[in-house]
Design a protein around this ligand. Structure first.
Ligand code: UD1
Ligand code: MG
Length: 419
């Protein structure tokens, strides 16, 4: 049976064409803006090159603006059938009824959330906001989305795994906690991309792989699923993620090693928010989290430093060996003023026991005093380094791709064991 209507096919085709144009626009615009950004002091040193060149930063802003313009212009197309006169269309397409204002509201609220995130991300790039404040930025930007969710259908129950059903029932209503979950998902998606960063091509690269995985997952649904409402949810996701992949590819081209520009925190926030929005409104937030396995690992691994059990320097990116030009993992030593506490030491010992830590120096009592910084990048380099910067990016993107394949395996094969 034709689940995807002819009108929807047309809309998808238009989305693809607009996304290609958006990508080409981004590709040609970014180089032209480089001087403007440097003049405005939006720049940073590429510290992993021997000459440490000054590169324009925050080029994620024009990228995100082109994305927004594309979506603005795209807004009418999902409703293309309603323009032709409702009665005539009604006979042609049994799915059509009165104009779906809720669908329009959904699209507008999603755009508003992404746009707010871009604004706050830019504020962070310009003002270097402190972590204790900026942690909450994504939750603030997500408010329009959650309000829409509440006023639309506001499903707040979750399906329980088979093993828990005898105790908790098939469905458990999380109520207000569901909104806490959504806020946490948004906060996680945005910041986790920002902290898996520091080498050329990594922020845009990981976002591209996740974006492509989301498209693959959407297409599997749209063309294989008899359930009309989930088809619509995944079409919605496609309308947002295809242009995202378009502009991100162009940005990645310029940010790839050796980078000619940096994406900035604006891009990381924009990317995280776009992915979170499609995950929430497309009703596949758990599958989305599977695509974020490397980011989840990087976050958990970083926790001892993020929560200051272990000293956390301003920058944790790898180090360059000036003789070979290859990257090695960067290390951390406890601050003289603030020696590492017992908890920090326990965390490090646990990581070492798990084989997730390279120790460079112990003190007389056998306590760890120098080890690699706790990021996925440094861990990869600790095991497989020294490596060139390009190969390190490729290694991380391979890990990201393997994670996506694993995600599909879990989502479509193992899922029957629990749902
Ligand atoms: C996050 C990380 C930080 C990491 C930084 C790198 C945490 C808690 N924070 O901080 O450890 O060092 O990202 O982006 O994990 N840069 C390069 N080459 C690149 C990309 C960035 O040299 O390919 C440097 C540039 O000097 C650039 C700066 O990193 O100006 C950007 O850092 P910023 O995005 O401000 O750091 P955070 O996101 O705060
Ligand atoms: Mg950053």
């Amino acid at each position: 049976a034709a689940i995807v209507s002819k009108g929807e096919h047309t809309t998808l085709t238009i989305s693809v064409i607009m996304s290609i144009i958006a990508g080409l626009c981004t590709f040609t615009t970014l180089p032209k803006l480089k001087d403007t950004f440097i003049k405005a002091n939006l720049s940073g040193r590429d510290v992993l090159k021997p000459s440490k060149p000054l590169l324009p930063e925050t080029l994620g802003l024009p990228t995100a603006i082109i994305y927004l313009i594309t979506l603005f212009l795209f807004i009418p197309f999902p409703f293309i059938n309603w323009f032709e006169g409702a009665n005539v269309v009604h006979e042609q397409d049994p799915h059509l009824g009165t104009f779906p204002y809720n669908k329009l509201g959904e699209i507008l609220s999603a755009i508003l959330a992404i746009q707010s995130m871009i604004l706050l991300g830019f504020a962070d790039d310009v003002l270097d906001v402190r972590w204790r404040y900026k942690v909450w930025f994504p939750a603030i930007a997500g408010i329009p989305l959650m309000i829409f969710y509440y006023t639309n259908k506001g499903v707040t129950y979750v399906v329980m795994p088979i093993q828990l059903r005898p105790y908790l029932g098939d469905l458990v209503d999380l109520g207000p906690l569901y909104y806490v979950y959504m806020a946490m998902l948004i906060i996680f998606c945005t910041h986790s991309i920002n902290i898996l960063a520091g080498i050329n091509g990594i922020e845009a690269g990981q976002s591209l792989v996740i974006g492509l995985s989301v498209i693959a997952n959407d297409l599997l649904y749209v063309f294989n699923n008899p359930d009309r409402s989930s088809v619509e949810a995944h079409l919605f996701s496609l309308y947002f993620i295809i242009p995202f992949v378009g502009v991100t590819s162009a940005l990645l081209w310029h940010n790839w090693f050796p980078a000619t520009l940096f994406v900035g925190d604006t891009y990381c926030y924009f990317a995280g928010m776009t992915l979170a929005v499609v995950g929430i409104l497309g009703h596949f937030s758990k599958t989305l989290l599977l695509f974020f396995i490397p980011q989840i690992f990087n976050f958990l691994y970083s926790c001892p430093q993020l929560f200051r059990l272990v000293e956390c320097p301003r920058h944790r990116m790898p180090r360059i060996d000036p003789d070979t030009g290859l990257l090695k993992c960067s290390t951390v030593r406890p601050n003289d003023k603030k020696p590492m506490g017992t908890l920090g030491n326990m965390a490090l010992k646990l990581l070492r026991a798990l084989g997730l830590l390279k120790v460079f120096q112990y003190d007389n009592e056998g306590r760890i005093i120098e080890c690699n910084n706790l990021t996925l990048l440094n861990l990869v380099l600790a095991y497989f380094g020294p490596m060139s910067e390009r190969n390190t990016t490729v290694a991380i993107l391979i890990i990201q791709t393997i994670a996506s394949l694993l995600a599909f395996f879990i989502r479509y094969k193992l899922v029957h064991l629990v749902y």
